[in-house]
Ligand binder design. Sequence first.
Ligand code: GLN
Ligand code: ZN
Length: 759
Amino acid sequence: MTNSTTATVLGWPRQGPKRVLKRAIEAYWAGRSSADQLHEVAAGLRADAWKQLSDNGIREVPTGDFSYYDHVLDTAIMVGAVPQRYRDAATGELDIYFAMARGNDQVAPLEMTKWFDTNYHYLVPELSPTTTFTADASRQIEHFNEATAAGHTARPVLVGPLTFLLLAKPAADAPADFDRLSLLEPLLEVYVEILAQLREAGAEWVQLDEPALVLDQPAAVLDAARAALQRLGSATDRPKLLIASYFAALQDAFEVLADAPVDGVAIDCTVADNVTAILEHGLAGKRLVAGVIDGRNVWAADLDERLATLRRLAARVDDLVVGSSCSLLHVPLDASKETAVDDEVRSWLAFAREKVLELHTLATALDDEAAATPALERARDAIASRRNSARTHDAAVRAGMAGVTEADAHRAAAFEQRRPQQHEALGLPVLPTTTIGSFPQTDAVRKARAALRKGEIDRAAYESAMQGEIAAVIELQEELGLDVLVHGEPERNDMVQYFAEQLDGYLATSHGWVQSYGTRCVRPPIIFGDVSRPEPMTVRWWQYAQSLTQRPVKGMLTGPVTMLAWSFVRDDQPLGDTAQQVALALRDEVSDLEAAGCRVIQVDEPALRETLPLRSADRPAYLDWATESFRLATSSVADTTQVHTHMCYADFGDIFAAIDDLDADVISLEATRSGMSLADDLQQSGYAKGVGPGVYDIHSPRVPSSDEIRALLEKAVHALDIRQVWVNPDCGLKTRNTDEVRSALTNLVAAATAVRASS
Ligand code: GLN
Ligand code: ZN
């Protein structure tokens, strides 16, 4: 039998080992190195990555997926969609590029937002009717040439034209009725030109990523997609086209791809629906890059099961390549580097490097199973060990889950009955003032944390430093006259990691960096087993803070949905089950806080909106377990105990019903940037519980005047019942400095006082 099946990845992590790229870019920004030095580091990283891929059996390596900041920004540059203000504010290609990415002293950066439902953020291109596109394939060609010069077969990867347009936003000066798709035709001509240039450079295949096809799209968009693929497919002098789409079910878009006059499609075959569609409709002779290895999780795959899927696909399509479901950008580089993780658990992990080995094994096994036997057996052992481990199946946690009743996820009394009881218990004024939780993370806090990590100070010294911070924050809030205080969260490095470190079933990595945006990388914790709480996590800090004041201090926790959203999650049980385990652990914490005397407990869910499934058909089931897990975490408390929640970074319009379903007594929401239009939306949705629409934009160093805050507050009071309204900033104050916070909160309290007096 010939070994003819090949494997490929749709893209690769960019930062290199130990975040080399991040350091090189930041050195350039700081003026410590030149553009040439930066280019050299980057070229070295690319060369190493391609070599590693090809040494491990990937015969066609992706190029052009590398980026100094973001691939959508790179695409904007490639098609010449550079707003004039950036050309005016910087000179030289690289500095214009970085001005768009992060702004400079003359110009603000492009807006940034999440790449589909991942934790990667892209820069939002701006378009208007006057946008003219021009082809600049230089970077693509340069990277392609580097790879071929090193002896690799390379496949340039480009964001596709449709996805580029759909991810862009109208520029500030675009007319209200501007339709981005009106630019499709001229944009396609530029793509045709770029494709011809890549062909001329020697590219046999080019990959165009069109993940926008997995969103619910109106018929007009699908028509546009059809026309676009027609146009690209009919171009002369073009390379073979591989259209890639991933992250969810293609549904109606499947036939658009299957019928298009292109040469190949890369389809996310971790989605069962997509596999069914391929088996039913076939691909009319096209190459299929079958994305059977999940590019978004960190788990070793069940290779027998993937192999079975591949065999069924191989029987249906003519030309099969084994692939990752999406770019491996979203996973860390190398699980073998995690030496602090014990051998058993480490054998369950597959980061980018291990996923390549899996792909190679699958491709080998398709042609000749015997040749892949040792690797398949190792995979079987890992799967069996994970499946049977007491760490993934903790009997006590399972018993707790089995014991959950319907009543556990509901407060004893309805909100209307709770409200007067809380009013009496807390004795707060109308328009109570509060903050979201964190106060500025001072240098002293950061230094103490670093010193603890390096062993320069002991735990006791660290804790007393944190207590000093808490005392200062309590004193400041009393001086400002806030009504419900917070302890300021100095002891938390990060709102998810802090809890993950204290919960069983969670794992921290040492090198598991993934790019969040630009040079910002995060190390998400990994939920590997049943989650439980060995001991109270926040109670002592709260007690200390409360001991310093007569005013109520909020207990402060991160909710189950957010604990999942900013972690790598298990793939061996439904997400809802994992959420329930986290909820039960938090429920114990909530009960302990209450038993310690805490009367106001906030459980943050900033990620509730962002993990909403891409396809609307999948949303009700998600919102069901998401809201239920929040209620399970918070419903053990007495009617007199007030439950708060907080959300930010989102457009809440499509989840008001779910927000109501959380049954929190008070929710604080980001609202300043929208000019308080949120209050009208809340009113129209019939939201009747307590709500603090933010009146201070904490993303900006600007201190709002008390008149500005008052105007926002008056809007809120006008739209809503004054008895509902709370007064608070948009989000935590962690990123601001103490002077800004002091001034802004002084104005916030003054505005609340003024509105109270006048209503
Ligand atoms: N309590 C957190 C804080 O104030 C909430 C942060 C968030 O919403 N992202 O920092
Ligand atoms: Zn927030």
